[in-house]
Ligand binder design. Sequence first.
Ligand code: ADP
Length: 249
Amino acid sequence: MSKNIAISINNLDKSYSNDFKALDKLNLQVPEGSFFGLLGPNGAGKSTLIHCLTGLSIPTGGQAKIFDYDVVRDYKKARKIIGMSPQEINLDWFLSVEDTLDYHGGYHGMKRDERKKQIDTLLKAFKLGDKRKENIRTLSGGMKRRLVIARALMHSPKVLILDEPTAGVDIELRLELWKYMKNENKSGTTILLTTHYIEEAEELCDQIALINKGKIIYSGTKADIKKHYKRTNLESIYLDVIHGTKRDS
Ligand code: ADP
Protein backbone atom coordinates (compact mmCIF):
# COMPACT_ATOMS: atom_id res chain seq x y z
CA MET A 1 0.00 0.00 0.00
CA SER A 2 1.48 3.33 -1.01
CA LYS A 3 1.71 5.98 1.66
CA ASN A 4 0.21 9.45 1.46
CA ILE A 5 2.55 12.28 0.64
CA ALA A 6 2.82 14.84 3.43
CA ILE A 7 4.94 17.37 1.55
CA SER A 8 4.89 17.45 -2.21
CA ILE A 9 7.16 19.88 -4.03
CA ASN A 10 7.17 20.20 -7.80
CA ASN A 11 9.55 22.33 -9.82
CA LEU A 12 9.77 24.89 -7.07
CA ASP A 13 11.69 28.05 -7.94
CA LYS A 14 12.70 30.88 -5.71
CA SER A 15 14.61 33.83 -7.08
CA TYR A 16 15.36 36.71 -4.75
CA SER A 17 15.00 40.32 -5.82
CA ASN A 18 18.69 40.42 -6.80
CA ASP A 19 17.86 37.62 -9.31
CA PHE A 20 19.75 35.04 -7.28
CA LYS A 21 18.12 31.66 -7.80
CA ALA A 22 18.05 29.98 -4.37
CA LEU A 23 15.71 27.15 -5.47
CA ASP A 24 16.00 25.81 -8.97
CA LYS A 25 13.09 23.63 -10.15
CA LEU A 26 13.32 21.68 -6.93
CA ASN A 27 11.37 18.41 -6.61
CA LEU A 28 10.80 16.54 -3.38
CA GLN A 29 8.22 14.15 -1.93
CA VAL A 30 8.06 13.57 1.82
CA PRO A 31 5.97 10.50 2.71
CA GLU A 32 3.49 10.75 5.57
CA GLY A 33 4.91 9.43 8.81
CA SER A 34 8.52 9.64 7.69
CA PHE A 35 11.41 11.16 9.59
CA PHE A 36 12.94 13.01 6.70
CA GLY A 37 16.43 14.51 6.78
CA LEU A 38 17.29 17.40 4.45
CA LEU A 39 21.06 17.63 4.27
CA GLY A 40 23.11 20.23 2.48
CA PRO A 41 25.88 22.77 3.01
CA ASN A 42 25.37 26.41 3.98
CA GLY A 43 23.71 28.31 1.17
CA ALA A 44 22.19 25.17 -0.40
CA GLY A 45 18.65 26.55 -0.10
CA LYS A 46 17.34 24.70 2.99
CA SER A 47 16.04 27.79 4.79
CA THR A 48 14.58 29.19 1.59
CA LEU A 49 12.72 25.93 1.06
CA ILE A 50 11.41 25.90 4.63
CA HIS A 51 10.37 29.54 4.32
CA CYS A 52 8.44 28.72 1.15
CA LEU A 53 6.67 25.85 2.93
CA THR A 54 5.75 27.94 5.95
CA GLY A 55 4.59 31.06 4.10
CA LEU A 56 7.53 33.26 5.09
CA SER A 57 8.66 33.44 1.50
CA ILE A 58 6.70 33.27 -1.75
CA PRO A 59 7.99 30.91 -4.42
CA THR A 60 8.59 32.45 -7.83
CA GLY A 61 7.59 29.29 -9.69
CA GLY A 62 6.39 25.71 -9.32
CA GLN A 63 4.19 24.33 -6.58
CA ALA A 64 4.38 22.98 -3.05
CA LYS A 65 1.65 21.28 -1.07
CA ILE A 66 1.29 20.18 2.54
CA PHE A 67 -1.06 17.22 2.17
CA ASP A 68 -3.88 18.73 0.06
CA TYR A 69 -3.06 22.36 0.66
CA ASP A 70 -1.08 24.54 -1.68
CA VAL A 71 1.37 26.61 0.40
CA VAL A 72 0.49 29.79 -1.50
CA ARG A 73 -3.17 29.42 -2.46
CA ASP A 74 -4.30 27.61 0.72
CA TYR A 75 -1.68 29.23 2.91
CA LYS A 76 -3.81 29.38 6.06
CA LYS A 77 -4.83 25.72 5.93
CA ALA A 78 -1.31 24.61 5.09
CA ARG A 79 0.13 26.64 7.97
CA LYS A 80 -2.35 25.12 10.40
CA ILE A 81 -1.03 21.62 9.88
CA ILE A 82 2.63 22.61 10.14
CA GLY A 83 4.58 23.03 13.35
CA MET A 84 7.80 24.97 12.97
CA SER A 85 10.83 25.00 15.18
CA PRO A 86 13.15 27.65 13.71
CA GLN A 87 16.91 27.70 13.88
CA GLU A 88 16.94 30.88 15.96
CA ILE A 89 15.22 30.73 19.34
CA ASN A 90 12.44 33.27 18.76
CA LEU A 91 10.66 33.27 22.11
CA ASP A 92 9.18 36.37 23.71
CA TRP A 93 11.46 36.95 26.68
CA PHE A 94 8.76 38.64 28.73
CA LEU A 95 6.19 35.83 28.52
CA SER A 96 5.91 32.88 30.89
CA VAL A 97 6.41 29.32 29.66
CA GLU A 98 2.69 28.63 29.99
CA ASP A 99 1.64 31.79 28.15
CA THR A 100 4.07 31.06 25.33
CA LEU A 101 2.21 27.83 24.65
CA ASP A 102 -1.21 29.30 25.40
CA TYR A 103 -0.84 32.21 22.94
CA HIS A 104 0.37 29.87 20.24
CA GLY A 105 -2.67 27.65 20.77
CA GLY A 106 -4.94 30.68 20.74
CA TYR A 107 -3.38 31.86 17.48
CA HIS A 108 -4.32 28.50 15.96
CA GLY A 109 -7.89 28.76 17.23
CA MET A 110 -7.71 26.16 20.02
CA LYS A 111 -10.39 26.42 22.71
CA ARG A 112 -9.34 27.23 26.28
CA ASP A 113 -9.92 23.69 27.67
CA GLU A 114 -8.14 22.12 24.77
CA ARG A 115 -5.20 24.50 25.26
CA LYS A 116 -4.95 23.74 28.95
CA LYS A 117 -4.93 19.99 28.36
CA GLN A 118 -2.30 20.25 25.65
CA ILE A 119 -0.12 22.56 27.77
CA ASP A 120 -0.20 20.02 30.62
CA THR A 121 0.78 17.24 28.23
CA LEU A 122 3.63 19.17 26.61
CA LEU A 123 5.08 20.55 29.84
CA LYS A 124 5.19 17.03 31.20
CA ALA A 125 6.67 15.52 28.03
CA PHE A 126 9.35 18.22 27.75
CA LYS A 127 10.09 18.27 31.49
CA LEU A 128 9.13 21.90 31.89
CA GLY A 129 6.33 21.38 34.42
CA ASP A 130 8.11 23.16 37.27
CA LYS A 131 8.88 26.12 35.00
CA ARG A 132 5.27 26.70 34.02
CA LYS A 133 4.95 30.17 35.55
CA GLU A 134 8.56 31.18 34.99
CA ASN A 135 9.58 33.93 32.66
CA ILE A 136 11.38 32.86 29.49
CA ARG A 137 14.41 34.95 30.33
CA THR A 138 15.04 32.86 33.46
CA LEU A 139 15.25 29.58 31.48
CA SER A 140 18.49 27.86 30.53
CA GLY A 141 19.39 27.53 26.85
CA GLY A 142 18.34 23.88 26.88
CA MET A 143 14.95 24.68 28.38
CA LYS A 144 14.36 27.35 25.73
CA ARG A 145 15.24 24.85 23.02
CA ARG A 146 12.75 22.34 24.46
CA LEU A 147 10.09 25.02 24.72
CA VAL A 148 10.51 26.03 21.08
CA ILE A 149 9.82 22.44 20.03
CA ALA A 150 6.93 22.11 22.49
CA ARG A 151 5.42 25.31 21.07
CA ALA A 152 5.70 23.89 17.55
CA LEU A 153 3.66 20.90 18.73
CA MET A 154 1.02 22.90 20.60
CA HIS A 155 -1.58 22.80 17.83
CA SER A 156 -0.90 19.09 17.10
CA PRO A 157 0.48 19.61 13.59
CA LYS A 158 0.62 16.72 11.15
CA VAL A 159 3.98 17.94 9.88
CA LEU A 160 6.78 19.15 12.13
CA ILE A 161 9.65 21.14 10.60
CA LEU A 162 12.79 21.20 12.69
CA ASP A 163 15.45 23.57 11.39
CA GLU A 164 18.77 22.70 13.03
CA PRO A 165 17.07 21.81 16.34
CA THR A 166 20.26 20.74 18.09
CA ALA A 167 22.69 23.35 16.79
CA GLY A 168 25.04 24.35 19.55
CA VAL A 169 23.48 22.22 22.30
CA ASP A 170 25.47 19.91 24.56
CA ILE A 171 25.46 16.17 24.05
CA GLU A 172 23.13 15.48 26.96
CA LEU A 173 20.44 17.79 25.63
CA ARG A 174 20.96 16.53 22.11
CA LEU A 175 20.21 12.97 23.26
CA GLU A 176 17.17 14.22 25.14
CA LEU A 177 15.88 16.14 22.11
CA TRP A 178 16.40 13.06 19.95
CA LYS A 179 14.16 11.14 22.34
CA TYR A 180 11.37 13.72 22.03
CA MET A 181 11.68 13.80 18.24
CA LYS A 182 11.62 10.01 17.96
CA ASN A 183 8.54 9.80 20.18
CA GLU A 184 6.76 12.45 18.17
CA ASN A 185 7.51 10.65 14.92
CA LYS A 186 6.38 7.35 16.44
CA SER A 187 3.06 8.95 17.30
CA GLY A 188 2.53 9.59 13.58
CA THR A 189 3.85 13.11 13.01
CA THR A 190 5.82 13.54 9.80
CA ILE A 191 9.11 15.29 10.56
CA LEU A 192 11.28 17.29 8.18
CA LEU A 193 14.65 17.89 9.78
CA THR A 194 17.57 19.99 8.61
CA THR A 195 20.83 19.36 10.37
CA HIS A 196 24.54 19.84 9.96
CA TYR A 197 25.17 16.81 12.14
CA ILE A 198 25.20 13.87 9.80
CA GLU A 199 25.19 11.46 12.73
CA GLU A 200 21.91 13.06 13.79
CA ALA A 201 20.32 12.25 10.44
CA GLU A 202 21.84 8.77 10.64
CA GLU A 203 20.30 8.21 14.05
CA LEU A 204 16.86 9.71 13.45
CA CYS A 205 15.91 9.71 9.80
CA ASP A 206 14.47 6.94 7.68
CA GLN A 207 14.50 9.14 4.56
CA ILE A 208 17.27 11.43 3.35
CA ALA A 209 17.49 14.10 0.67
CA LEU A 210 20.71 15.78 -0.34
CA ILE A 211 20.32 19.39 -1.45
CA ASN A 212 22.91 21.58 -3.13
CA LYS A 213 22.66 24.79 -5.13
CA GLY A 214 18.89 24.85 -4.93
CA LYS A 215 18.37 21.35 -6.29
CA ILE A 216 17.77 17.93 -4.78
CA ILE A 217 20.66 15.71 -5.78
CA TYR A 218 19.32 12.50 -4.30
CA SER A 219 16.29 11.53 -2.27
CA GLY A 220 15.34 8.15 -0.90
CA THR A 221 15.32 5.91 2.12
CA LYS A 222 18.46 5.79 4.19
CA ALA A 223 19.03 2.24 2.99
CA ASP A 224 18.55 3.28 -0.67
CA ILE A 225 20.98 6.15 -0.52
CA LYS A 226 23.67 3.85 0.86
CA LYS A 227 22.94 1.30 -1.84
CA HIS A 228 22.94 3.98 -4.52
CA TYR A 229 26.33 5.38 -3.52
CA LYS A 230 27.65 1.95 -2.54
CA ARG A 231 28.62 3.17 0.93
CA THR A 232 27.63 2.19 4.42
CA ASN A 233 28.41 5.56 5.91
CA LEU A 234 26.16 8.58 5.36
CA GLU A 235 28.88 11.05 6.23
CA SER A 236 31.21 9.81 3.53
CA ILE A 237 28.37 9.96 0.99
CA TYR A 238 27.59 13.50 2.06
CA LEU A 239 31.18 14.66 1.82
CA ASP A 240 31.67 13.05 -1.58
CA VAL A 241 28.45 14.24 -3.12
CA ILE A 242 28.31 17.72 -1.67
CA HIS A 243 31.97 18.61 -1.55
CA GLY A 244 33.09 16.46 -4.44
CA THR A 245 31.82 17.07 -7.91
CA LYS A 246 29.48 14.09 -8.22
CA ARG A 247 25.99 14.97 -9.39
CA ASP A 248 23.99 11.78 -9.54
CA SER A 249 20.38 11.39 -10.73
P1 ADP B 1 20.76 27.31 3.68
O1 ADP B 1 19.62 27.44 4.61
O2 ADP B 1 20.87 25.98 3.02
O3 ADP B 1 22.07 27.71 4.31
P2 ADP B 1 19.56 29.60 2.33
O4 ADP B 1 18.23 29.16 1.87
O5 ADP B 1 19.64 30.45 3.56
O6 ADP B 1 20.53 28.34 2.46
O7 ADP B 1 20.25 30.42 1.17
C1 ADP B 1 20.33 29.94 -0.17
C2 ADP B 1 21.00 31.00 -1.02
O8 ADP B 1 20.10 32.11 -1.17
C3 ADP B 1 22.28 31.56 -0.42
O9 ADP B 1 23.22 31.77 -1.46
C4 ADP B 1 21.84 32.87 0.19
O10 ADP B 1 22.89 33.80 0.18
C5 ADP B 1 20.74 33.31 -0.77
N1 ADP B 1 19.73 34.15 -0.11
C6 ADP B 1 19.01 33.83 1.00
N2 ADP B 1 18.17 34.83 1.32
C7 ADP B 1 18.35 35.81 0.39
C8 ADP B 1 17.78 37.10 0.17
N3 ADP B 1 16.82 37.57 0.96
N4 ADP B 1 18.21 37.80 -0.91
C9 ADP B 1 19.16 37.30 -1.73
N5 ADP B 1 19.74 36.09 -1.58
C10 ADP B 1 19.36 35.36 -0.52
